[in-house]
Design a binder for this molecule. Structure first.
Ligand code: SF4
Length: 478
C-alpha cells in the first residue's frame, strides 16, 4: 500500500475546505498508516436469473478492497462489471452471498433488520448519485432535501438542522440562501454540490460517488472533483454538533472522510484518486496505486481500458489493436467455465488461462489477477496502426489548480481539467496545452479504431476525447 499519496490540494481554507499550494507542488498525505475505514473481503453477490427457476447470476465474485481515512479509491470497469452492485452491497442495500464488509471495524453484512436500519440511518455511509436532478426531489427545496435525512434520524431540533444545512452548503461552496430554492432553479453544477452537501451534512465516514461528474460539463466536472478532494482532507467533525454522527476520534487523521468514486472517466480519477480498483465481470483484476497502474498497467484488461482512453493513454504504450485478440485467432476456442473471464478477449491467453487466476501481489500495495502478469508485454504484436497525431489531453492539473479562487467563491464556469500524469510524462503534457480539443483521428486512439473499415458509428468513437465515451464504446463494441 502506498505510504503517501501525491496531493493536488494542500492548504486549508478558513471554512475547512482546501486550496492548492501557490506553486502547484503537492504535500504528501499519509493514508496507509491508519486501519482501513472500509474493509471488503471475499464479497460475492448473486441475483436470481430470469432464465429459469432456481438459477442465479453471479454479479460479484470474491471481491476485496479497502479504503482508508482520507483516501479516494476509484472503481472502474465496463458497464455490467458490477460497480454499482458493489456500492450497494457495501451500503447494505443488496443481499450478499459471502464475504465480509467492515465499516470502521463493524461487520455490516451481519446486521439484521433493526440493526441494519439503524446502521443506514447512522450516516456512516452516504451516496452521491450521477444525476443530481433525479437525486433531489424537484418539489422540495434544497434545504428540505439536505435536512431530510437528519429529520428521519431524529437528529437535532429544527433550528439545529437549519444551521447544519447552512454549514453543509458553505462547505461545498454554495451560498446558504440556496437552501430556499428548488432544484430546478439552480444550475447542474450547483445541484451536484447540493447533493454532496446532503451527503456530508452529518459527517459520514464513507462517501460513495456513483459517476458523480458524468452528467456535468467540463467546468463543473472539475469543480466537483476538486470539492471531493478537499472534503477528504477536512477533519470529520465539521458538521453542526447537534446533528453530527459523532464519528471523530482523538486522531484527526483517523476521522477523515474516505471516498469511493465509481467512474467511466479515467482522466478524472487520475487527477484525484489514490488507488484504482479495476473490475471485470464481477472480479477485481487489478488493484493498485493509480499513478503506477495508469502508467504501466499489469493486467491486459486494464491496459486495454487505458489504451482506449485518449486523454490518459501513453502515446508510447500499446494500442487497442495490440491488446485485442484477433477474431478467430489463437485463444478463440471454447474455454472451460472456470477459465479467466477475460480469456475470450485476451490475445495473450494460454492453456494456463483455463483456470481463474488468483489476485496476487505484483508490487507493494498492488495486486493483479493474471497468469502472465510479468510476461504478456513481451508477447505484444507489432503496432500495425501507428499514431498519426498526438492524443488530446487535459492541461496539467497542478498549474491549473494553483490558479483557482477560494472554494467559497468558486465560479460555476471555471474550467480546470484534472490530470496529474503530466509530471511522469512530460512528452504527453507538452503535446497538448490548455484548451486542447479532441481532434485526433489516429486509428489507435480509441477502441473503434481496430479496423480502418469500421462502420461510421464506430469511427465516431475514435474522435471521443472523453475517456468515458471511449470506455462506453469499448463495452458496447465487445
Ligand atoms: S490470465 Fe490469461 S486470459 Fe486472463 S488476462 Fe491473463 S493472460 Fe489474459
Amino acid at each position: 500500500m502506498n505510504a503517501t499519496r501525491t496531493a493536488v490540494v494542500t492548504e486549508p481554507f478558513p471554512d475547512g475546505s482546501a486550496e492548492p499550494h501557490p506553486d502547484g507542488s503537492a504535500e504528501p498525505v499519509p493514508v496507509a498508516a491508519a486501519a482501513p475505514l472500509l474493509d471488503v473481503r471475499g464479497l460475492t453477490v448473486s441475483f436470481r436469473a430470469r432464465s429459469g427457476p432456481g438459477r442465479r447470476t453471479t454479479v460479484l465474485r470474491d471481491v476485496s478492497l479497502a479504503v482508508r481515512p482520507g483516501e479516494i479509491v476509484g472503481v472502474i470497469g465496463e458497464t455490467g462489471s458490477g460497480k454499482t452492485t458493489l456500492a450497494r452491497a457495501i451500503a447494505g442495500l443488496t443481499r450478499t452471498d459471502a464475504g465480509e464488509v467492515e465499516v470502521d471495524g463493524r461487520d455490516v453484512r451481519g446486521l439484521r433488520r433493526r440493526a441494519r436500519r439503524d446502521f443506514r440511518r447512522s450516516g456512516a455511509i452516504r451516496f452521491v448519485f450521477q444525476d443530481p436532478l433525479r437525486a433531489l426531489d424537484p418539489d422540495l427545496t434544497i434545504g428540505t432535501s439536505i435536512a431530510e435525512g437528519l429529520a428521519v434520524a431524529g437528529r437535532g431540533s429544527r433550528d439545529d438542522r437549519r444551521a447544519a444545512v447552512s454549514d453543509a452548503l458553505r462547505r461545498v461552496g454554495l451560498d446558504p440562501a440556496v437552501a430556499d430554492r428548488l432544484p430546478g432553479a439552480i444550475s447542474g453544477g450547483q445541484r451536484q454540490r447540493a447533493s454532496i452537501a446532503r451527503a456530508i451534512v452529518d459527517d459520514p465516514r464513507l462517501l460513495i460517488c456513483d459517476e458523480p461528474v458524468s452528467a456535468l460539463d467540463g467546468s463543473n466536472r472539475n469543480l466537483i472533483l476538486r470539492l471531493l478532494d478537499g472534503l477528504r482532507r477536512q477533519p470529520a467533525d465539521l458538521a453542526h454538533p447537534a446533528v453530527s454522527a459523532g464519528v471523530a476520534d482523538a486522531d484527526p487523521g483517523r476521522g477523515r472522510l474516505g471516498i469511493i468514486i465509481i467512474s467511466h472517466d479515467l482522466s478524472s480519477l487520475a487527477g484525484i484518486a489514490d488507488r484504482v480498483v479495476v473490475l471485470y465481470r464481477g472480479r477485481v483484476v487489478e488493484d493498485g496505486p493509480i499513478a503506477e497502474v495508469f502508467d504501466r498497467p499489469r493486467h491486459p484488461y486494464t491496459a486495454l481500458l487505458i489504451a482506449s482512453a485518449p486523454s490518459i493513454r501513453d502515446e508510447d504504450g500499446p494500442t487497442p489493436p495490440q491488446l485485442r485478440r484477433p477474431a478467430g485467432g489463437p485463444g478463440a476456442e471454447r474455454r472451460p467455465a472456470d477459465a479467466c473471464g477475460f480469456a475470450h478477449r485476451c490475445p495473450f491467453a494460454t492453456d494456463a488461462c483455463d483456470h481463474t487466476p488468483a489476485a496476487l501481489p505484483a508490487a507493494a500495495g498492488w495486486t493483479v489477477a493474471c497468469h502472465h502478469t510479468e510476461t504478456w508485454r513481451s508477447s505484444l504484436p507489432a503496432a500495425s496502426l501507428p499514431v498519426t497525431s498526438p492524443p488530446a489531453v487535459a492541461p496539467p492539473a497542478a498549474s491549473l489548480l494553483a490558479a483557482r479562487p477560494p472554494a467559497a467563491s468558486l465560479p460555476a464556469d471555471l474550467d480546470l481539467p484534472v490530470r496529474r500524469r503530466d509530471a511522469a510524462r512530460p512528452s504527453i503534457s507538452a503535446a497538448a496545452g490548455p484548451g486542447a480539443t479532441a481532434t485526433s483521428t489516429a486509428p489507435a486512439s480509441a477502441p473503434a479504431a481496430a479496423s480502418s473499415t469500421a462502420p461510421a458509428p464506430a469511427r465516431a468513437a475514435v474522435d471521443a476525447v472523453d475517456a468515458g465515451a471511449a470506455l462506453t464504446a469499448l463495452s458496447t463494441k465487445e
